[in-house]
Design a protein around this ligand. Structure first.
Ligand code: SF4
Length: 56
């Protein structure tokens, strides 16, 4: 559920992302897509937020 523009169901610490709430560690999107860059993901390092967009 969104509160003040942030989605309290999606915590995130990636402040370099366009969709980060900045003041607090939440995402502002309604939903995100989590994916992988591996053929056979076995560790959390294998997972990616596919909704990430660089803030630059
Ligand atoms: S899109 Fe992904 S990386 Fe960006 S703020 Fe949301 S959860 Fe974090």
């Amino acid at each position: 559920m969104k509160v003040d523009g942030k989605n309290e169901s999606i915590q995130c610490t990636i402040k370099n992302c366009t969709y980060h709430a900045q003041e607090e560690n939440y995402c502002t999107l309604d939903r995100i897509l989590v994916g992988t860059h591996e053929a056979n993901p076995t560790k959390k390092e294998c997972t990616d937020c596919e909704s990430f967009v660089n803030r630059a």
